[in-house]
Design a protein around this ligand. Structure first.
Ligand SMILES: *Cc1c(COP(=O)(O)O)cnc(C)c1O
Length: 391
């Protein structure tokens, strides 16, 4: 068969079909698998490879199908799937970092990732350093002989900071450091970090990959030699993905490209429409020319993604009023849903941090994060405009 486009692969890769010849992919909702003989069973346990299904904590055909699809879209050899995005992050840290090692991370990373780096890794003697996403030239000075991993999220949550993956990967290769990229905000439909030299790419599949706010999931992809130890970590410690969630996520991938196109075109329209609003001091979106890393966004992303942020001139109080005035947009913590969502990190997800700490991770008092959904963009804009009037 001719080489297929990623859009086609997202729809047509299917590794499972039963004797019923069902058209939609089957769901193997089973905890374990049976054997023809004691010898077969013994052989299954003797062989640590991924080929024989033993128990769904180790592997499951539905989960494997989801992994195969994501790996193909990211241009990776192999992958592992986990129950949540955080399980993917934590499994990656635990597999590749040991007592005495050092990790360098962007300071602007997902809240729980930051918590693992600052509160848990030190318990096992793993040290971390942080850099400002807008100053990648400061990374080199942080590298030590014990540095094993560099961790970035681009675009970052919620600051939408962007970093040149290729630049960072060159630096990592020079110093034999693993480059791990959280690609959750872009998805492989928009950005494939492996093309730019990333070693491992991970996702919270809970977000745009599911796309409808139904299930939690996570995935890590990369070269086989890196995935094998990760696989053994997940198999033995148990953060495995449920087959049911894998089935939902696999079906979701069929619409990933068309959804990301629409999320991005709606988000772009909204970002442009809000740019000169009197209540807003600034709008941030990767494909707006005013984004500080616009040129890098254009280089490594095929569109600007589905997240837009803006800063309310009225600060924290104004943010609260804005949320309360919304009539259609959902007030919820998730993102990447077909339904547009607004959140105000300073009064919710990051309310426990001090103002100074919030600032260091890119969260200002009046910052509103919009996950732009798939509704008609005029309806989304209209709700935002009427809420801005009351904010
Ligand atoms: C949500 C999110 C995570 C964590 O994923 P869960 O599925 O909620 O565990 C990690 N990274 C980013 C960028 C996220 O948005």
């Amino acid at each position: 068969m001719a080489k297929q486009h990623p859009e086609t692969k997202a729809i047509r890769i299917q590794t499972n079909q039963t004797s019923q010849k069902e058209h939609s992919t089957p769901l193997f909702l089973t905890s374990s698998f049976t054997y023809e003989s004691a010898e077969d069973m013994a052989a299954a346990f003797a062989d640590d490879s991924l080929e024989v299904n033993i128990y769904s904590r180790f592997s499951n055909p539905t989960v494997d199908e989801f992994i195969t699809k994501i790996a193909a879209l990211e241009g990776a050899e192999d992958g592992i799937a986990t129950g949540t995005g955080m399980a993917a992050v934590f499994s990656t840290f635990m597999t590749f970092l040991s007592n005495g090692d050092h990790i360098i991370s962007a300071s602007a990373v997902f809240g729980s990732t930051h918590t693992i780096l600052t509160k848990y890794l030190p318990k096992w003697g793993i040290e971390s350093s942080y850099f400002d996403m807008s100053k990648p030239e400061t990374i080199a000075a942080l590298i030590k002989p014990t540095t094993k991993m560099l961790y970035i999220e681009t675009p970052s949550n919620p600051g939408l900071d962007i970093i040149d993956i290729e630049y960072v990967s060159v630096l990592c290769k020079q110093h034999n450091i693993l480059l791990v990229v959280d690609n959750c905000f872009a998805t492989p439909a928009v950005q494939q970090p492996i093309k730019f030299g990333a070693d491992l790419v991970l996702h919270s599949a809970t977000k745009f990959i599911d796309g409808q706010g139904r299930v939690l999931g996570g995935v890590v992809v990369g070269r086989k030699e890196l995935i094998n130890p990760l696989y053994l970590f997940v198999r033995n410690t148990g953060p495995s993905l449920s087959p049911f969630n894998a089935w939902v996520l696999s079906k979701s991938l069929e619409t990933l490209f068309i959804r990301m196109d629409k999320h991005a075109s709606n988000a772009m329209q909204l970002a442009v429409a809000l740019q000169n609003h009197p209540k807003i001091s600034s709008v941030k979106y990767p494909f707006l020319e005013s984004h500080p890393q616009y040129a890098i966004a254009k280089k490594q992303m095929s569109n600007g993604g589905g997240i837009v942020t803006f800063e309310l001139k009225g600060g924290i109080e104004s943010g609260r009023k804005f949320l309360n005035a919304l009539q259609m947009l959902s007030m919820t913590n998730n993102l990447g849903d077909s339904r547009s969502i607004a959140s105000h990190p300073a009064s919710t997800t990051h309310s426990k941090l001090t103002e100074e700490e919030r600032k260091s991770v890119g969260i200002t008092p009046g910052l509103i994060r919009l996950s732009v959904g798939l509704e008609h963009p005029d309806d989304v804009l209209q709700d935002i405009l009427q809420a801005l009037d009351k904010s």
